[in-house]
Design a binder for this molecule. Sequence first.
Ligand code: NOJ
Length: 465
Amino acid sequence: MSNYNFSKNFHWGVSTSAFQIEGAYDKEGKGPSIWDEFTQKNKTILNNHHAKVACDFYHKYEEDISLMKDLGIPNFRFSISWSRIFPDGYGRVNQKGVDFYDRIIDQCIEKGIEPWVTLYHWDLPQKIELRGGWTNRRIVDWFYDFAAFCASHFGDRVKRWMVLNEPMVFTGAGYFLGIHAPGRRGLKNFIPAVHHAVLCQAEGGRIIKELQPDSKVGTTFSCSLIEPFRYENKKDERAAKRVDALTNRLFIEPALGLGYPIGDLPFLKRIEKYIRHGDETRMQFDFDFIGIQNYTRELIKYSAFTPYLKAKLIESRKRNVPVTDMGWEVYPKSLAEMAKKFSAYEKVKEVIITENGAAFSDEVKNGNIYDKSRVDYITQNLKYLKQVNACTNKIGGYFVWSLLDNFEWAEGYRPRFGLVHVDFKTLERTPKLSALWYKKTIEIHSESSKSGKILENNPILSIQK
Ligand code: NOJ
């Protein structure tokens, strides 16, 4: 192991999202979200799974927060369900929903766990979707009100905010490919959705900071190391550049004042139609930190058959490389490369890994789950990340996706990402080996950053099956 280490203020944590864990989809005044609707009506979700109960975090949050405390996890990232607070998307407030998040935040603080709140993790109120969802520019006002409400109500206790979760994924999968809620397709939906999400990202950040000047405000981006399939092949290289602009640059660059990457992504020129006077300034916000979420890399080949992008992804499963249960290549240098790429923007002050982790089919044997593959995955990712941090000094934290096995969108409950196993019949939680290993890793880290000594060996790894 290298001699590099993270700073003593490094934030170790776990990430979750409301729709994927809460359940209680219609309890105590919650309004429906696009994911409630999509899972009910759409037949493309694996095994027709839905999240009516999910991990039942709505009722089991005390147990889960205690579990985090026992596991020594100092930071908990979760999201607020917009339609639990505003059942119609705007206007009337559902006090019971507000009370629920008050309880979570208070419990966290009582147990010494810092709450990190994401405002939007894909579960748009269905009432807003009925009015055009992300394609309707009025969403900027509705989102602003939601952000303002959350910042003024929870902001006395929540000091860490993330405005949006992975805008590229919810606009791309939800409004272009139609494989995520609300299941819309085509550029005519995607392009306006992108522009409105970019505006919300900045306006949301601005209002939180205005109402809570001592808070730290960030937003999160999905990202992947994009490489040409055939090196030295000009067509593949150019295709990879286009995919990189779409995957990694589309949402951060307008926020940093660099505009949309139209030069490298010509079809994006259509976005100009939606840009109004003053938008270039409104799109910008000086985030305190940028959250990046990475799982793998992608190899890209030129393809004349793919509309707009003229590029296609080479599936990892066909390349005979190690993959996770998502079919994603295990390629730990990808996270480090992305951390480097995002740190390289001059205006980015701090990069926090707000998600990283892996799905493997973990089996319970004699009450234990020996998920060595997950431990290896995280260990390798952290190893390269430390090396990048030694050069950039901008990496401020690492959050594992996820605390619990949960509802993995179009893939239902099949992929298991948790440090803690969930039996979806009984809802029983069982910490996996990786949870114990993570606890020890955090302990070792804080000890070594205090003493200045490098203590890299995690004894948990010597536990035998
Ligand atoms: C990104 C998303 O934010 C999260 O909701 C999802 O479950 C994980 N990645 C894994 O796919």
